[in-house]
Every structure is written in structure tokens, then in C-alpha cells.
Write a protein that binds this ligand. Structure first.
Ligand SMILES: [Fe+2]
Length: 307
């Protein structure tokens, strides 16, 4: 069969408590042992201590042991020896040091959330009452983990690990810079970007609709405007609405909704995106710190002194 989903990510940060409190406020539920849970998919974020912020591990769901055998053979062709234990395969991506784990696990399914009614010309789907996004009083709580974005000093090698090794598929490419990769029907679950230092750019979390992207971000910004990074906008790759915020360790966290979905590989044509299209379709211009986070230089110095 195949890979079917991004199950969880483990991030390392120097300030575990403060960062965990941020993600609880972001809408994830503390679930013990450093884990936080989404509404639909359970424990999906683990926060562990590390000297500098980084992505330590990501877990991917696979249908059956054949998928692990296929990945083991693919990784071996790249000169990487995975550890295969029962229904789990683990391998370390050599450039970024990220540990990837394929776990044979049941496919997750989400309950259907009814479409939000929006009025349009000649189309009055909502009559006699205010837009639902205005009257919601509950705090936004992400439904599931969508994707993680990795900066890599050798994006070709890191991409090969995920595609030729683990079996991710390419949804779109950013010319000369990286690619959007999927291990599920979502347009992307991992994005690999060329960068001067290997680092975690952001994790992204699904909410119900564009109103919840806005509500979630605005709640996080109340009294904390410095958390704002970039939004509200709509990406071209994946089509999703986005709003990016910054956690206390410097990682970006994104609320998203309305991501492209690829059920039949034959019906999707990957594009080579150039210029602004690789970044977004509309929205405010991305701040320079989105592409080059302010702590990049410090991380490079750290990487050099550690190496
Ligand atoms: Fe994203």
C-alpha cells in the first residue's frame, strides 16, 4: 500500500516549559511527557530539551510492513542503513540530523465538519444571521498537524531521503530551492528548503476555515504583537490560507485551512514555481525574517562551534 499521514513531530528547544505553554495557548492540549494533542489526531507535538531549536523527529504512518521494506531498500540505495524493528523503521536524515520513523498504523479519519456558509452573488447560503466566524466564542483548537518545513544545507540530498528513501511524493517544486512533499492526500506534509544552516522553519496546524485562521492568530496576538510573523494570506502551493506566528524558541507555527488534496496522483501535475509564486498567491508581502529568521546567524555560529 503506501504512506498515509504525518503522525507527529518532536521538536527540541532550550526553553521547554515556555514553548509548551505557547503551544497550549495555540490550542493544542497538554497530554503528558512533553506531548501536546490536536483535536482529531491526538498526540502530535512533543517538545524536548535541546541546546538550540531544531526538529528532532517526525513520525509517518504506513499501511503495512511492505511499505517499511520498500523504504529500507530505498534508503539502502542512498547508503543509509535504517533500523527496522517490528512494525517500525527508523532512519536519520544525514544532512539535517532529523530522525524519521515510519510506523505501521491505522489511517486516521476526520469527522466531517459542515462547510461554513458564505454568501456570494446570487448565492445566499446564509440568511438572517451573522457569519459563524463572528459569533464563535470557543478558542481555536487545531484539528491536526499538517506539515513541517525544514531548512537544509543540501536540499537535494534531504529531498532524496524523503522521496527516494521513505517514499514521499513531490507535489510542487520551488525552482532551485526545494520541494513540497506529501506522505498523505494533503498537498504537502514536508517542505524541504535550501538554507545556509539546517533548521526547523515551521510546523503547520489545520483549523476549520479561514475565520479560524484569523481568530486563532488574533487571539495569540492579543497583548503579544511580537508573535506576529506573516499573515493573513493564501499560498499558491497547496492553496491554503495561512497566518504564521513565532514561538518563544524562534520556530514559526502556522494556522492553515483549505489545503489542496491529492487523492489520485494521476490527476495532479506538479509545477516548478518561480519567484513570489513559490511563496504565496496573495497577502501582505512576506517580511525578510520569514525567509531568514533572525536567529539564523546565531544557529550557524552554533552549528560551526558544535561541528
Ligand atoms: Fe506552511
Amino acid at each position: 500500500m503506501s504512506l498515509h499521514g504525518l503522525l507527529s513531530v518532536t521538536i527540541g528547544v532550550p526553553n521547554v516549559e515556555e514553548t509548551a505553554a505557547y503551544y497550549a495557548e495555540f490550542g493544542l492540549a497538554p497530554a503528558g511527557d512533553g506531548w501536546l494533542a490536536t483535536r482529531d489526531a491526538g498526540k502530535q507535538l512533543r517538545i524536548l530539551p535541546a541546546p538550540t531549536r531544531r526538529l528532532l523527529e517526525l513520525r509517518v504512518g504506513a499501511d503495512d510492513p511492505d511499505d517499511l521494506a520498500r523504504a529500507a531498500a530505498g534508503l539502502a540505495r542512498l547508503g543509509i542503513s535504517p533500523e527496522l524493528r517490528g512494525t517500525s523503521l527508523a532512519a536519520t536524515e544525514p544532512v539535517t540530523g532529523v530522525r524519521a520513523i515510519l510506523d505501521v498504523a491505522p489511517r486516521a479519519s476526520q469527522d466531517t465538519v459542515p462547510a461554513t456558509p458564505y454568501n456570494g452573488p446570487g448565492r445566499l447560503d446564509r440568511q438572517g444571521h451573522r457569519a459563524p466566524g463572528l459569533v464563535r466564542t470557543d478558542r481555536v483548537r487545531p484539528r491536526k498537524l499538517g506539515h513541517a518545513v525544514l531548512g537544509s544545507t543540501d536540499h537535494q540530498a534531504t529531498m532524496a531521503f524523503f522521496t527516494d528513501g521513505l517514499g514521499f511524493k513531490i507535489s510542487d517544486r520551488i525552482k532551485g530551492v526545494g520541494a513540497f512533499l506529501r506522505c498523505s492526500t494533503d498537498h504537502h506534509n514536508v517542505l524541504v528548503l535550501g538554507a545556509p544552516v539546517s533548521f526547523l522553519h515551521h510546523t503547520s496546524w489545520q483549523v476549520d476555515d479561514v475565520d479560524d485562521v484569523g481568530r486563532g492568530a488574533c487571539a495569540m496576538l492579543e497583548g503579544r504583537p511580537e508573535r506576529h510573523v506573516w499573515g493573513l494570506g493564501r499560498h499558491y502551493a497547496g492553496s491554503n490560507f495561512f497566518w504564521y506566528l513565532k514561538d518563544p524558541a524562534g520556530n514559526f507555527s502556522e494556522y492553515y485551512s483549505d489545503m489542496d488534496c491529492i487523492i489520485d496522483d494521476q490527476l495532479w501535475t506538479p509545477e516548478d514555481l518561480e519567484g513570489a509564486r513559490g511563496l504565496f498567491s496573495w497577502g501582505p508581502p512576506p517580511p525578510p525574517s520569514f525567509l531568514h529568521p533572525e536567529d539564523l546567524a546565531a544557529m550557524m555560529t552554533g552549528a560551526h562551534s558544535a561541528g
